[in-house]
Design a protein around this ligand. Structure first.
Ligand code: FPP
Length: 214
């Protein structure tokens, strides 16, 4: 969800306003995907590298996350959305962890769209944690690692979208992206609308996926 800062800077607004508008984009998108028949949507909300940001920005992001759960959980619960977290969210402050765990428990029985949120997530960290767990259980293979990834219960990654014109993966779902289709757009995250997702999905549908075969 890249580009919140630039969106704000272009308007001479504080960065946190860009993040606020970013949350509104999340809300619009989650509402829309429920009707698009997507099985799962994974959002990169806080990376293992985001701890390097100024303390006040980190605090603002945590505040936005808490407020988002408090304001939107009822709607998710009522609409069959199942929340999942990838990443080591237990490193967050106890009040945030508690809210997250309440939200997970409350939506665990839902069977509609899965909304996975990446929190304190970094793909290299995820792979290292998964490999450690796999090694403790037996031989390491691609399958035994995959079974220990934070995404083990999510469907395979089909399409990975990066907003704001950056053309890199920035430690997001590196393992899972092995055969994913990639879509890069100049649109800044706060401006990313359901129509932009539909555009990416239409391009995805037109691609031929061969998974190394022919
Ligand atoms: C990247 O923009 C965005 C983030 C680091 C945070 C994304 C978080 C949210 C939208 C809010 C919390 C999430 C949820 C699910 C409620 P940037 O600041 O790197 O933008 P820039 O590259 O333009 O500076």
């Amino acid at each position: 969800m890249d580009g919140n800062g630039r969106w704000a800077r272009q308007r001479r607004l504080p960065r946190v306003i860009g993040h606020q508008r970013g949350v509104e984009a999340v809300r619009r998108l989650v509402r829309a995907v429920r009707h698009m028949g997507l099985e799962a949507l994974t959002l990169y909300a806080f990376s293992t590298e985001n701890w390097r940001r100024p303390e006040d920005e980190i605090a603002a992001l945590m505040g936005l996350l808490k407020r988002f759960i408090l304001s939107d959980l009822d709607e998710f619960a009522a609409n069959g959305v199942r929340l999942r977290i990838i990443g080591d969210y237990k490193a967050f402050a106890p009040d945030v962890v508690e809210l997250i765990e309440q939200a997970l428990a409350r939506t665990a029985g839902n069977s509609g769209t899965t909304l996975a949120v990446a929190l304190n997530y970094g793909a290299q960290d995820e792979i290292a944690r998964a490999a450690t767990r796999a090694a403790a259980k037996g031989p390491i293979t691609a399958e035994t690692i995959a079974a220990e990834l934070d995404t083990a219960e999510l469907p395979p990654l089909d399409l990975l979208i990066r907003t704001s014109g950056e053309v890199r993966l920035s430690n997001f779902l590196l393992w899972q992206a092995a055969y994913a289709e990639l879509w890069f757009t100049e649109v800044l995250w706060p401006d990313f609308a359901p129509a932009h997702l539909e555009e990416a999905l239409a391009a995805f549908a037109a691609r031929e996926r061969r998974y190394g075969g022919r």
